[in-house]
Write a protein that binds this ligand. Structure first.
Ligand SMILES: Nc1ncnc2c1ncn2[C@@H]1O[C@H](COP(=O)(O)OP(=O)(O)OP(=O)(O)O)[C@@H](O)[C@H]1O
Length: 234
């Protein structure tokens, strides 16, 4: 069984079922990407794993233990961190203050973690005293990921981390995220930019109407004629 395992998940909003039995798994040291058309339920699947969207059936386990019924806060304490797509930093706080906010649940020394974030995203060291709102789009996303890392998660979930940043910046950002595998993180991402995301995915899930349509390594999905035709624009 995988480290984080969402199995046959059903659920949605206000009685409207969006997830129709999809399964998503991610292991530590792995990048898993969820792609699919608009409205397929990609973000909803991630919210279900986070405990924001309740399941009507199915199960979620982390390290072999069920997360069933556990609220999002408790899941964070178990080691899951989440980077939302927008509003993911405090604009009126400095870079360093943002990082410290990410460690608010910790009572130990956070100096080494700040240093690790600066090693991963060197521009944040340079801008440590600058207000969040002065950062470029790509730098904001770096800070949002850095802030999430400050809770020392084992699972990092990212909702469209490259949304709104230029293609070159997106490519760099994805490479920085991939490098986090070396720290043993389980990385799960929802991405609009399917082609670019599958390039770096150990495993890709194509979701359609809340169901698994295709699952495979990123390279296999990129090479699959049907996946290319239906989801990657030929
Ligand atoms: N908070 C909500 N309340 C009610 N319905 C919602 C809510 N969030 C999403 N939905 C609906 O659930 C469906 C799936 O949305 P979701 O955001 O999971 O799709 P997605 O695959 O991530 O798509 P996109 O790429 O457009 O973000 C959509 O029909 C959407 O309108």
């Amino acid at each position: 069984m995988s480290y984080l395992n969402g199995s046959k998940m059903c659920g949605g909003y206000n009685g409207v079922q969006i997830l129709n039995g999809c399964s998503i798994s991610v292991d530590r040291g792995q990048v898993v990407v969820i792609v699919g058309p608009n409205g397929a339920g990609k973000s909803t699947a991630m919210k279900a794993l986070l405990g924001i969207v309740p399941l009507t059936s199915g199960d979620i386990t982390l390290d072999g233990k069920s997360l069933g019924g556990m609220d999002p806060q408790s899941r964070v304490k178990r080691g899951i961190a989440f980077v939302p797509q927008t509003d993911n930093i405090f604009p009126t706080m400095t870079v360093l203050e943002n990082l410290k906010m990410g460690a608010y649940l910790r009572r130990d020394d956070i100096g080494a973690s700040i240093e690790e974030v600066f090693e991963t995203f060197p521009i944040l060291r340079t801008k440590r005293g600058d207000l969040g709102r002065t950062l470029s789009g790509g730098q904001r996303q770096q800070l949002a990921v850095g802030r999430a890392l400050m809770s020392r998660p084992t699972v990092l979930m990212l909702d469209e981390p490259t949304a709104g940043v230029s293609p070159n910046v997106a490519a760099d950002l994805l490479q920085q995220i991939v490098a986090l595998k070396e720290r043993g993180l389980a990385l799960l991402m929802v991405e609009q930019n399917a082609r670019q995301a599958l390039e770096i995915a150990d495993v890709g899930y194509v979701l359609v109407l809340g169901e698994n349509r295709y699952t495979g390594s990123g390279q296999d999905l990129l090479a699959d004629h049907e996946v290319r035709r239906s989801f990657l624009g030929g």
